[in-house]
Ligand binder design. Sequence first.
Ligand code: SAM
Length: 224
Amino acid sequence: MHDSSVNQNSDLRQKARERMVENQIRKRGISDSRVLDAMRRVPREEFVSHESKDFAFDDCALPINCSQTISQPYTVAYMCAAAQLSGNENVLEVGCGSGYGAAVLSLLAREVHTVERIPELVQQAKERLQRLGYSNVHVYTSDGTLGVPEAAPFDVIIVTAGAESLPDPYLTQLKEGGRIIIPIGTEFTGQTMYRFTLKNGKLSEENLGAFSFVPLIGEFGWPG
Ligand code: SAM
């Protein structure tokens, strides 16, 4: 391909990301300028399969390998905004999937540790994140319901799969003042998003509304 058509394609994708952020995220009430900027900068099209490239900026989750999904852009932005990141945080993301959410978080926090239970997804996400230069993201293969004790304590824990309840290990890996953003539901599909905040050793919870995620499978999650 000639240089001019490569540049033209990259301009088109940049414009598509800008429209995605304006129409699907900012107009729906997310105003955190750092989150909007990170969503404009991360090339979502690089995190979807070849067959899904034309739909990369659509207002929906998309299939990735191993019957998993890359979350809807709005959901990624909503969770990042709910985490109230200022740039100096140590963050744990549970459910690395394609690596897209971790890439967005990497522009909003100091370090991002992201854990995925499916080794094939880990391998692909690592390759992408490295190729695209997200050097403050560390990817782990393990059961994320156990947290990542070696990288704790965390200012923020973001869980991108639907839990049955709040996994106990997160409580010992969260800093004072820290937040956990997690969808919880007793049904296998359909959850309520919660923000838990640890203040003076006590956890308070806020209901952030209804969402739908693939299940969080593990020792402190749903059975596999
Ligand atoms: N953040 C991802 C992205 O940007 O592509 C989307 C995540 S997808 C909605 C949820 C992911 O959670 C899936 O890849 C799934 O395999 C993973 N998952 C489910 N249970 C898990 C567990 N116990 N530990 C780690 N990952 C888990």
